[in-house]
Design a binder for this molecule. Structure first.
Ligand code: FAD
Length: 464
């Protein structure tokens, strides 16, 4: 690799949401930073347009990893920009309920709106957040909004990290799940990473970190291999873990770190999609994917929220029950299907382990209370869809985990957590983390904006 040295002040493992932000904050203060990222570097012009290609090239393990009893599919990005390249781009701050939940478990005072608001605000300097204009709402979104009204539920326009999306040119945002071709989506690759690189950050993409060796007092060694399987070892004074809940847990376990909490307290906000068939065309995949979100205090208290997303064909086909003709008749009529999903605030923690042949094993199940939340969500969705004339509603029984959180939780007590309130690791103060893996429980709200806020807070305090 051109220009890549072997020693750095800071090495960041993972160039996703957190990694790119920490890199930008450190480089803007003149620090010497290397990012190591397993995924490829794609640009707006070469994002993959076929689902089969993006699944295999932009996600770990071909697009989906299963929990131990195959009831939940875990979707984990592997691309420069991480989740921000392939996600829905919805950016919501936490509410008091989420932050009080974090504070109760961790006993950390900065989990409050007063403390985090200045960091949420800082995100606006590099990231544009917009509402999608109502005039572009597709029929699936209109069904969502009207169904909420008909049932007395509250919904609101959602806020998305995007800038001047050319809806009037007829863009279909479903393609953005493989990267936004118009560069409107505010991925950390187009915002923070771009700035970090201008300020001297180095990035080594398609580099898989395999081992962290902290046995020497002088420096921490990080080793792994590039796309040609050539082995490299880098050293740094300070190591920042930003490879997500599964990435960090796996790396620390494989590297022989002893803290018994590593891999524990893993949450996913399991989501279940219900597909509804109508007499008429819905074309849920056209235009913006979704315009509105549930904003109902009653749902929030009961532990679920609703979204009206859709997915590309291979993903959607996994949600139809049945085989043979029954299955194909659904696919043939795909343009007549709308969809609403329930996303639950899971209370039952899972655990990430590493099995034989370095295989990731994720134990994660719904407790009876979690199932109750899901079923309450199903009831609300059916009421919404039938009130809008759905002929039938197909209940998905397969959960999807998009928000992978925890595994290395933060907290004031070493015996219950992996990272301390200053984001440093209890086992070695030279190693820190502010990504999704430090979440102590499931907030029940889209996690990205808070990962961004915590990453800014961490990087600025680290510098001080
Ligand atoms: C389809 C989808 C839709 C979503 N929609 C939303 C949404 O609308 N709003 C929202 O808030 N959240 C959404 N999320 C979740 C959100 O994207 C994640 O919570 C967020 O990306 C987590 O940020 P992170 O920095 O912890 O990790 P990531 O962004 O996942 O970054 C981790 C990076 O580390 C790299 N890595 C892992 N292991 C290694 C290794 N050993 N060596 C080198 N690199 C490694 C990975 O390749 C990855 O690029 C969605 C997720 C998905 C999958």
């Amino acid at each position: 690799m051109k220009d890549i040295k072997l020693n750095y002040d800071y090495i960041i493992i993972g160039a996703g949401v957190s990694g790119c932000i920490v890199a930008e904050r450190l480089c803007s203060r003149g620090k010497n930073v290397l990012l190591l990222e397993a995924g490829k570097f794609f640009y707006s012009k070469n994002f993959l347009t076929k689902e089969v290609d993006s699944n295999s090239q932009m996600y770990w393990n071909g697009g989906i990893e299963l929990n131990s009893n195959a009831s939940i599919g875990l979707i984990r990005p592997k691309v420069v920009g991480g989740g921000s390249i392939i996600n829905g781009g919805l950016l919501d701050p936490f509410d008091d309920l989420a932050l009080e939940g974090f504070k109760d478990i961790t006993d950390i005072d900065f989990f409050s709106l007063n403390s985090l608001n200045p960091y949420y605000e800082k995100i606006n300097s590099l990231t544009t957040i917009e509402k999608i204009p109502e005039e572009y709402a597709n029929l699936n979104s209109k069904i969502f909004k009207q169904g909420f009204k008909a049932n007395g539920f509250q919904c609101a326009s959602l806020e998305r990290g995007q800038k001047n999306c050319p809806y009037s040119d007829g863009v279909d945002c479903i393609t953005c799940l493989s990267g936004c071709p118009t560069n409107s989506k505010q991925s950390t690759m187009t915002t923070y990473l771009r700035e970090a690189l201008k300020n001297g950050a180095k990035i080594f993409s398609e580099f898989k970190v395999k081992q962290v060796d902290n046995s020497s007092r002088e420096s921490i060694k990080v080793s792994g291999h590039d796309k040609n399987l050539k082995q490299w070892t880098f050293s740094c004074n300070k190591l920042i873990l930003a490879s997500g809940a599964i990435g960090n847990s796996k790396l620390l376990i494989n590297s022989g770190f002893k803290n018994k909490n590593i891999g524990k307290n893993f949450y996913t906000h399991p989501q279940y999609m219900l597909m509804a068939e109508f007499d008429h065309e819905v074309n849920a995949y056209k235009g913006p994917l979704q315009n509105y979100k549930s904003d109902d205090l009653n749902f929030r208290k009961k532990g679920f929220k609703l979204e009206n997303v859709f997915a590309p064909p291979a993903a959607i086909s996994a949600l139809f029950n049945g085989v043979g003709d029954e299955f194909f008749s659904c696919l043939k009529n795909i343009n007549k299907f709308g969809s609403i999903e329930v996303c639950i605030r899971d209370e039952n923690p899972g655990e990430i382990k590493v099995g034989r042949n370095n295989k990731t094993i994720v134990y994660k199940e719904l407790s009876d209370l979690d199932k109750k939340k899901r079923d309450l969500g199903f009831d609300a969705i059916k009421n919404i869809l039938y009130s809008q004339g759905a002929k039938r509603v197909i209940e998905g029984d397969f959960g999807i985990g998009l928000h992978l959180m925890g595994g290395c939780s933060i907290g004031s007590e070493e015996k219950k957590s992996v990272f301390a309130p200053d984001f440093s690791m209890y086992e070695d103060k030279r190693i820190s983390c502010a990504d999704s893996s430090i979440f102590p429980n499931a907030p029940g709200i889209n996690p990205s904006l808070t990962i961004m806020a915590l990453s800014i807070k961490f990087a600025e305090e680290l510098h001080e």
